[in-house]
Design a protein around this ligand. Structure first.
Ligand code: ZN
Ligand code: ZN
Length: 278
């Protein structure tokens, strides 16, 4: 029975962890994927992670929309009117879905500051230019944009532009994150972490509600003619998995997504904080 739980957790946790792993391996990891998994897998990863493509953004939006679909189809019918769950959770869920879409829209409206031939003078005046380490007089140029490299800027290979106060290129939003859109970016991360968290807690609360409603958590298992023992936690889990498979699996999946997102939010915010001190 324990092996069953491990198998379920692995199946549920693997896709988000694999995606995070690929992201942390860096943009040049497609050659690694090619050597391990073959040419098709490498090309697929290159298409998704190393070019401007909306694939992951659509995946993200469809994940939120499917959470809404699962909520109305499987979770909401289980919420008993008048119960403590009915009081707090629907409002929290609706609010976090709206906030996630609003912050995503806000993020797209803000965007990073792009440095080009027309505006480079203003950025040089504001931040200064990068000079070669050996000679203070030789200005470092971006050979693609044919402009001087402004301090704090970076030429994003994926977007093909020089970005002011660059932080990183985010494949999930198909664009660069820089100082100009850093606050909307963190707001988006926080609201989507909140959404995933509320969703997984709601799934957990609903399964425990059902366990209590049917008296499963208080039941006794007959082992022999006259020997009984209380039901174990694993047996309760499998009862839920048997009767509420969607609630249990989406609950576990969103739990893993919450942890990954929370980790990434802290990583981004802490990274920005330490960098901004230099
Ligand atoms: Zn450039
Ligand atoms: Zn970029």
């Amino acid at each position: 029975m324990q092996n069953g739980i491990v198998a379920i957790v692995v199946v549920v946790a693997l896709p988000p962890l694999a995606l995070t792993g690929l992201l942390f391996l860096g943009p040049r990891s497609s050659s690694l994927t090619t050597s391990v998994l073959g040419e098709h897998a490498g090309r697929c990863q290159e298409y998704i992670f190393e070019r401007r493509s909306n694939t992951l953004q659509y995946f993200l939006i469809s994940l939120v929309l499917s959470a809404v679909g699962v909520y109305f189809t499987f979770l909401r019918p289980l919420i008993i009117p008048g119960s403590p769950l009915a009081r707090d959770y629907p409002a929290a869920f609706h609010g976090s879905v709206m906030l996630t879409f609003l912050t995503l829209a806000f993020l797209h409206v803000t965007g990073p500051q792009v440095i080009n031939k027309k505006n480079v003078k203003d950025y040089v005046a504001a931040y200064g230019v990068m000079t070669a380490q050996d000679s203070q007089d030789s200005v470092v140029m971006c050979t693609t944009c044919e402009i001087p490299r402004v301090v704090g800027s970076h030429h994003c290979r994926i977007c093909g532009k020089c970005i002011a106060n660059f932080d990183h290129h985010c494949v999930w939003i198909n664009g660069c994150v820089a100082r100009a859109n850093f606050i909307p970016f963190v707001a988006f991360l926080v609201s989507s972490t909140g959404l995933a968290g509320i969703f997984s807690v709601l799934c957990f609360k609903l399964t425990t509600q059902e366990l209590t409603r049917y008296g499963v958590d208080r039941s006794w298992i007959r082992e022999a003619e006259s020997s009984f023992r209380p039901i174990s936690k694993f047996e309760c889990f499998f009862w839920c998995l048997n009767w509420y498979p969607v609630v249990v699996s989406v609950g576990l999946f969103s739990g893993v997504v919450t942890l990954v997102l929370a980790g990434f939010t802290l990583f981004s915010a802490a990274g920005r904080y330490t960098r901004s001190r230099h």
